[in-house]
Write a protein that binds this ligand. Structure first.
Ligand SMILES: CC(C)(COP(=O)(O)OP(=O)(O)OC[C@H]1O[C@@H](n2cnc3c(N)ncnc32)[C@H](O)[C@@H]1OP(=O)(O)O)[C@@H](O)C(=O)NCCC(=O)NCCS
Length: 176
């Protein structure tokens, strides 16, 4: 079952990120974003089975400069190492897109693996579509900056510098 994350879920949610990424950075990022008022409105979803949390996804507010398009950034996404490659990541994304579309969101951005995210409709090299990254990224990662259009047409209607929440705006996040 996929549902909205509550405060009570947070210890288990942070553990999923620690286990999936084998480091503390993404768990800290999740905590920081949830405390960041510029990240709201946000959408935090988890996948649960038999009361065990198996995956988590966070979408936080983004914007495209000089436009009024409603946009979000997907970061981070993690699935329990013992349950990866079984479709959980894609189910979390698809349910997220469904709920975001219901909130009137038109565009979702992600910086991630260009071999994975196009499976759910992300277009690689969003910079080439006119959506500049919040911070400069190394040119070899151009394909990793991706955009998904939730209702058709928004990719062509808008372009500009993408802005994200304060806690994920630091240059290091984009250049690593
Ligand atoms: C990446 C991650 C979220 C994917 O979730 P998942 O539930 O394991 O993956 P799914 O079942 O949705 O998708 C599986 C398919 O995507 C592919 N895939 C999964 N992760 C991939 C990756 N990082 N790069 C390329 N392909 C990937 C699998 O090979 C599989 O392909 P197949 O359907 O042809 O067999 C999960 O593996 C994870 O938490 N990894 C560690 C943390 C991480 O890297 N997060 C993403 C940051 S960008």
């Amino acid at each position: 079952m996929i549902r909205i994350t509550t405060q009570k879920d947070m210890p288990a949610v942070l553990d999923i990120h620690r286990l999936a990424f084998e480091e503390e950075d993404e768990a800290i990022l999740v905590e920081n974003l949830l405390d960041d008022e510029t990240a709201y409105p946000l959408l935090s979803l988890l996948m649960e089975e038999d009361e065990e949390i198996l995956g988590h996804i966070l979408f936080t507010k983004a914007s495209v400069e000089a436009s009024d398009v409603s946009a979000m950034l997907l970061a981070p996404l993690a699935v329990h190492p013992g349950r990866q490659y079984k479709g959980i990541g894609q189910r979390l994304m698809k349910e997220g897109f469904r709920q975001l579309a219901g909130m009137g969101v038109e565009l979702v951005f992600v910086l991630g693996d260009p071999a994975y995210y196009p499976r759910v409709g992300f277009v690689t090299d969003a910079g080439g579509q006119g959506f500049a990254t919040p911070q400069p990224i190394p040119s070899q990662y151009r394909e990793a900056w991706m955009v998904k259009d939730l209702n058709g047409g928004a990719i062509d209607r808008y372009h500009g510098q993408v802005r994200v929440a304060d806690q994920i705006s630091a240059r290091e996040y984009w250049s690593d």
